[in-house]
Design a protein around this ligand. Structure first.
Ligand code: HEC
Ligand code: HEC
Ligand code: HEC
Ligand code: HEC
Ligand code: HEC
Ligand code: HEC
Length: 364
């Protein structure tokens, strides 16, 4: 609230200053006839009040946003690293949109993801500035020559929100790269963090980005054709706990925000575990984790629950893995880092894990 008052006050100051300049200029020559409304600079400034006014619209959005992980920005320090800044800072993101390159500069004094990262705030100073900054198809980091468009056609128009979120919520390319996921030749890995990085949700929703190493292509549940990130993560908000600009799905005080699923799944209960989907995926996930752990491929003790590290691998201690093993590890960490436990794309998660389990069980 204090922040908004500051905002309005500083907005008024800007208006006052431009008013002064206006008066300053007219002092130079003889006083002209009074201009008609809308023909002088003052009236253009009046559009500020479209947003900077005493209605609650912006207050509510700021309130919700302030409670989000985007605002908490626990990873903002990564902005000071080139390449990381494109998703971990406002400045890097805008640079990425402008250059179209995944290579971004390092930024000090970086701003976190904020209103104008996603909206074109203060471009025209009209309500048109609420427009989303970029909803064009995504050229994923793992294959910048390809293009993924998750725009959903709705009765009243289109929603390209997923493309905006997906410019950051996707996997990163890693080295060495798997070129033949069914290959039994070995590659040397020099980092225990080898894998897709965090936040691959856009790719998972799209049913892309996993290495198909089983006998058949992975299936997809068609959430991507029916819902965008917004439908589930920005549904009607409950305070600043879930929904809206918190982007949060679940909180200790509200439980799972199943209200966002209800328009399409009227029979859903009180949790996201619709038709036992999350339980099913979690069971397969745990099974594959145990299999990978037993073969000393991943370190189930030292790792976080959302990203599993390779065991005994470092730059000074490289380790060889077959391409097919790397495909299994990659797919496994896509599921771990996604964290929807199957909701983004149930069939895809299921097939990815089944293929990994089948491979691991086939080993002597
Ligand atoms: C489309 C809505 C919109 C319009 C129109 C608009 N603003 Fe803003 N303004 C915002 C938002 C959103 C913020 C950022 C709020 C935040 O980050 O907490 C902001 C922030 C500000 C700030 C705080 C400093 C800053 O840049 O963050 C000032 C000052 C400001 N606006 C002045 C103006 C003036 C003057 C005009 C008219 C010339 C104007 N605004 C028009 C939405 C708008
Ligand atoms: C500029 C890149 C960028 C864009 C665009 C972006 N995000 Fe994020 N998002 C991030 C980063 C980075 C984090 C982690 C923030 C941190 O912890 O520092 C994050 C965090 C989140 C989280 C919280 C995850 C958790 O740990 O609880 C959710 C949910 C989320 N984003 C959803 C979205 C949605 C939905 C959109 C589109 C409307 C979106 N994001 C757009 C980069 C982005
Ligand atoms: C991570 C991206 C993201 C950030 C950051 C973000 N928004 Fe939004 N915002 C969205 C999306 C997506 C929508 C829904 C878009 C739509 O309705 O077309 C939206 C909708 C809105 C709307 C409704 C616009 C309309 O046309 O009715 C307002 C107002 C708004 N946001 C204000 C803010 C303010 C204020 C901030 C900063 C405190 C902010 N947003 C930060 C993504 C974002
Ligand atoms: C393509 C976009 C993208 C790039 C590039 C990127 N990140 Fe991230 N990163 C994300 C997103 C999105 C999240 C949040 C994911 C989530 O909450 O699900 C994240 C999360 C993280 C986290 C938090 C992990 C956790 O357990 O909470 C760290 C640390 C991190 N990134 C470091 C880096 C570093 C270091 C680099 C550069 C070498 C980098 N990132 C490059 C998108 C990216
Ligand atoms: C069909 C609904 C749905 C869609 C569409 C969807 N999500 Fe999710 N998402 C979920 C659910 C449910 C969870 C898991 C929440 C839980 O179990 O606590 C989740 C989890 C996440 C998380 C982990 C943090 C958290 O809140 O648990 C991130 C980050 C995320 N989604 C980002 C995205 C992005 C980005 C998009 C669009 C590319 C997207 N999601 C599309 C439903 C959805
Ligand atoms: C805009 C509509 C829409 C929303 C919102 C939505 N879903 Fe769905 N969901 C669908 C459709 C349509 C399918 C079936 C897709 C197919 O047949 O490939 C589906 C399929 C599923 C499946 C796979 C079911 C199965 O048995 O194969 C699960 C699980 C699921 N949704 C959970 C959720 C959850 C949890 C939420 C809320 C977080 C949610 N959905 C939100 C439309 C939606």
């Amino acid at each position: 609230m204090k922040r908004l008052l500051m905002l309005v006050l500083s907005g008024i100051m800007v208006m006052a200053v431009s008013g002064l300049i206006f008066i300053g200029c007219t002092k130079e020559g003889p006083q002209g006839p009074a201009g008609a409304n809308g023909t002088n600079g003052k009236d253009a400034n009046a559009t500020c009040t479209n947003c900077h006014n005493f209605s609650d619209t912006v207050i509510v959005k700021i309130f919700q946003y302030d409670a989000s992980k985007h605002a908490a920005a626990t990873t903002i320090a990564e902005a000071a690293r080139g390449g990381c800044s494109g998703c971990h800072s406002h400045e890097g993101f805008l640079e990425k949109l402008q250059t179209g390159s995944t290579v971004t500069q390092a930024y000090n004094d970086a701003a976190p993801i904020n209103c104008r990262t996603c909206h074109t705030i203060h471009a025209t100073y009209t309500p048109a500035d609420w427009a989303l900054r970029d909803v064009t198809p995504v050229h994923p980091y793992i294959d910048t020559t390809s293009s993924i468009d998750l725009t959903v056609q709705l009765a009243g128009g289109t929603d390209g929100t997923s493309n905006l979120c997906g410019k950051c919520h996707q996997a990163r390319k890693t080295s060495p790269w798997v070129t033949n996921p069914k290959g039994t030749d070995s590659l040397s890995v020099t980092s225990n963090r080898w894998g897709p990085h965090h936040g691959p949700q856009f790719l998972m929703l799209a049913g892309k980005g996993a290495f198909e190493m089983g006998s058949s292509a992975f299936r997809s549940t068609n959430h991507k054709g029916n819902a965008t990130c917004r439908n589930c993560h920005m549904g009607p908000a409950q305070g600043n706990m879930v929904g809206g600009h918190t982007w949060t799905m679940s909180s200790s005080s509200t439980g799972d925000n199943v209200a966002v699923c209800k328009p399409c799944h009227s029979a859903i209960g009180t949790t996201f575990d619709y038709n036992g989907a999350q339980t099913t995926i979690n069971t397969k996930y745990k099974t594959l984790m145990t299999l990978l752990g037993n073969k000393n491929i991943i370190d189930t003790v030292a790792s976080s629950s959302t990203y599993l590290l390779l065991k005994g691998v470092s730059a000074s201690k490289p380790k060889k893995f077959t391409q097919i093993q790397l495909a299994v590890i990659w797919n496994f960490n896509m599921v771990a880092a996604d964290r929807s436990m199957g909701i983004h794309n149930f069939a895809y998660f299921s097939d990815m894990l089944d293929a990994g389990i089948a491979y691991m069980q086939s080993l002597p």
